[in-house]
Design a protein around this ligand. Structure first.
Ligand code: ZN
Ligand code: ZN
Length: 168
């Protein structure tokens, strides 16, 4: 698991990246709470709902690939926060050009996926199915996939409102 010392380092680097972006773009960006309560296949998640804004990290994935996550996942999630504050969410794709530009300014390759070996960490890798909407791609869980395919349930993209349709 991820010990306190490394957690503190992750929090420090997160705050540093936020400060760096605040200076570069000339906007005040508060240091937001960081939690280590994300489990599953994602290494990090930025979430903003109402007044609650938080970056969540996956302690299992960080414990195995610490340096890589410090280098990639921390700026990745901070870039989501920066884009949210600079542009809002209307018409902005999560990993679109604004997010990629912030990553590039951070000096980090704007990768969305990593080929990390998560075996033995107790993480169940769920099979995902590729769907698309009017604004991008969605990776859908098997449960949702079956609901759409077998029961005709319609899921809509929260950003563009279009019904999801399979890519293949
Ligand atoms: Zn992301
Ligand atoms: Zn959409």
């Amino acid at each position: 698991m991820l010990d306190d010392e490394r957690r503190r380092l992750v929090m420090d680097v997160t705050a540093e990246r936020i400060g760096e972006a605040s200076l570069r773009y000339g906007v005040p960006l508060a240091v937001i709470p960081v939690t280590f309560d994300l489990f599953g296949v994602s290494a990090g998640m930025y979430r903003s709902a109402g007044r609650q804004t938080v970056i969540r990290y996956n302690p299992l994935i960080f414990s195995r690939y610490f340096e890589e996550n410090l280098r990639d996942t921390v700026p990745h999630e901070v870039a989501h926060y920066v884009v949210d504050k600079l542009y809002g969410r209307r018409g902005v794709r999560p990993h679109g050009c604004q997010w990629q530009a912030v990553m590039t300014d951070f000096g980090v390759t704007p990768l969305v996926r990593h080929d990390w070996n998560l075996e033995g960490l107790g993480i169940r890798r769920q099979r995902r199915f590729a769907y698309r909407c009017g604004c991008g791609r969605h990776d859908v869980t098997a449960v949702r996939h079956n609901r759409m395919r077998k029961r005709g349930v319609v899921y809509r993209c929260r950003r563009c409102g279009e019904a999801l349709r399979p890519i293949d």
